[in-house]
Write a protein that binds this ligand. Structure first.
Ligand SMILES: [Zn+2]
Length: 381
């Protein structure tokens, strides 16, 4: 995945876009202008179809943005900082600075996304309804109707009670609220995800067998399979959840990682590391003693050694808006889930005052679970 192209700020939230969005938007615009619109509203000029196609693709991504802004604004309302929103290939993601601490906060942040999509859908369909049904108005009307239906579909899909969809988080929050047990919530969302994903995959296969010539069946199968496999992996990790419930990030992180400066060469940074270091990620510090980026050992290894002298740390390091920052006092499982959802699989750990205290990845989690198991074993539990 490439870097985000910054688009600016909306309600104080940084918005970025993956370059893949441009490709997909161009594809949508082309399909609409060349195929859908000429069939639906025949007899208009090619230019008119293209204006409507480009506008349609634009409004589609704007409505995805509305969905994510919804998550971001409610998170802010719950006192959770938002690092930014990025749009990518198939949707978007709002990156939060920490996990919700109460089921109420988790519920509100998750449920507002599908609600925002549903509101977009209703609005667009209303516009389509009031527009006159002739000439260029008809074209605008059909574009709005298409976008309205897509938004209603997105709302319905996202509210399916299956992790990792918003509906899975909603279910998880409800179970957490009813039982007081966050782990139970995550487990129910995973079970439900296996079921919902399985049903979708089955429906996809049925659709393919009926063979109406469209690709719908394959898509439903793929999406269902993706949800089911994801949820299944989460279920398999359930014993670990149990073992680590109550643990915080501080219990598992790699403390006191070696740090570097953006202007240094990669070779200099490597020379400054202690010989026997087990650290695989190096936070990069700015002028005010704050972390500004993260360089990983795997990013260094991906570049041939002869370039290490010339390459600057800043050329290879991931800027902080691509790295998940977690707090040392956050619940461990929720924090690691958030890191796994990001595109850099190592997180930076700060204490409640924002000072760097460590790094953490999935491997640290397994080690913590192993240590905990050994401890329970030794104490005869
Ligand atoms: Zn969402």
């Amino acid at each position: 995945m490439g870097r985000d192209v910054p688009l600016g700020r909306l309600f104080g939230v940084k918005v970025g876009m993956n370059v893949s969005v441009l490709l997909v938007a161009a594809l949508y615009a082309w399909i609409l202008a060349d195929n859908n619109f000429p069939t639906l509203v025949p007899g208009l000029s090619t230019a008119a179809y293209w204006v409507a196609g480009v506008a349609g693709a634009l409004v589609f991504f704007l409505s995805l943005l509305v969905h994510e802004i919804g998550h971001a604004l409610v998170a802010k309302d719950e006192g959770i900082g938002v690092r930014g929103i990025s749009l990518w290939l198939l949707g978007g993601v709002a990156r939060l600075e920490s996990s919700p601490q109460t089921p109420r906060a988790e519920f509100r942040i998750a449920v507002v996304g599908p609600l925002a999509s549903a509101a977009c859908g209703a609005l667009l369909l209303s516009v389509a309804y009031v527009l006159p049904d002739h000439g260029h108005w008809a074209l605008a009307g059909h574009a709005c109707a298409w976008l309205g239906v897509i938004n209603l579909f997105l709302a319905a899909f996202n509210i399916l009670p299956a992790a990792p969809l918003d509906g899975g988080t909603v279910l998880s929050a409800i179970v957490w609220w009813r039982t007081g047990n966050q782990t139970a919530g995550i487990q129910w969302a995973a079970r439900s995800g296996v079921l919902v994903g399985g049903v979708l995959a089955y429906l996809g296969i049925r659709q393919m067998q009926d063979g109406d010539g469209s690709n719908t069946g394959i898509w439903i199968l793929l999406v269902g399979g993706f949800i089911a496999v994801n949820a299944w992996q989460q279920l398999k990790a359930a014993p670990m959840y149990q073992l680590l419930s109550g643990s915080t990030v501080a219990n598992a992180m790699y403390p006191d990682p070696p740090t570097g400066f953006a202007s240094a060469s990669v070779a200099d940074l490597l020379r400054s590391l202690p010989r026997d270091t087990h650290h695989q990620a190096y936070p990069i510090m700015g002028d005010h003693g704050r972390v500004t980026a993260l360089l990983t050992a795997s990013a260094i290894r991906a570049v041939p050694q002869e370039h290490w002298e010339q390459l600057k740390v800043s050329d290879l390091a991931y800027p902080l808006d691509r790295v998940t920052v977690v707090r040392s006092d956050e619940p461990l499982m929720a924090a690691v889930q958030r890191i796994d959802g990001g595109d850099v699989r190592t997180g930076v750990v700060v204490d409640p005052t924002g000072r760097l205290v460590g790094t953490i990845d999935a491997e640290a989690l397994f080690q913590a679970a192993e240590a905990r198991r050994a401890h329970l074993h030794a104490s005869g539990a």
